[in-house]
Design a protein around this ligand. Sequence first.
Ligand SMILES: Nc1nc2c(c(=O)[nH]1)N[C@H]1C(S)=C(S)[C@@H](COP(=O)(O)O)O[C@H]1N2
Ligand SMILES: [Mo]
Length: 216
Amino acid sequence: MGGGLVWMLNGCGYAPVSREEQAAAEREVRADGRARVPPGQQVIRKLKDMGGERGNSDPAALSLRLHGRVRRPLELDYRALLEGPVEEQSLDVHCVTGWSALGQVWTGIPLAELADRAGVLSTARHVVFEAAHGYTANVPLREALAPQVLIAWRLNGDPLAHAHGGPVRNVVPDLYFWKSAKWLTGIRFLAEDEPGYWEVRGYHNHGDPWKEERYS
Ligand SMILES: Nc1nc2c(c(=O)[nH]1)N[C@H]1C(S)=C(S)[C@@H](COP(=O)(O)O)O[C@H]1N2
Ligand SMILES: [Mo]
């Protein structure tokens, strides 16, 4: 059988890894003591395109707003983002539909860095990631400012594909992947929580994969 046919039968690379590989991943423990694979998740090799109404793919058109409870609202274009400090982090992502893609290498700037620059007010407790066509996702401020939360523009060495949110998306690896907004346009800091797009449609307000906070 030709390699191409095998690849197609395997679901174009999105097929589950072998049982042995899944079992090995499930035995791994992260530095923070959590299981590498959250309960009920099947490991696959790369991100699936989960769709969504796409935003503008042109980096030159990007204007990322940091606003709300901040001392200095920011409007960052693509070049300003690339000035960094740029970080490359290998992160696992967990989709509520049951797949996990481990060790995805993201390039971006930590949100904590941008938040510092904007001067987040002490009254801020929540973050809403804002994306094209009104998509939003809410995350508690403390979790949004964790060092592994990135505003990312590269994935596995390539510019972030349009299907996966290019030019820029946020990545919150320790919450279900719907909290990672593709085609990011803004980050709003709030005193009161504000459920986002999926959170008002029956998904859990928090979305911790290790607690299986899938639906509310
Ligand atoms: N702007 C925007 N971001 C979005 C979505 C969307 O519909 N629109 N879907 C979310 C959901 S439900 C998931 S699972 C992930 C999927 O990202 P991926 O397609 O890169 O795998 O993006 C999240 N971010
Ligand atoms: Mo999703």
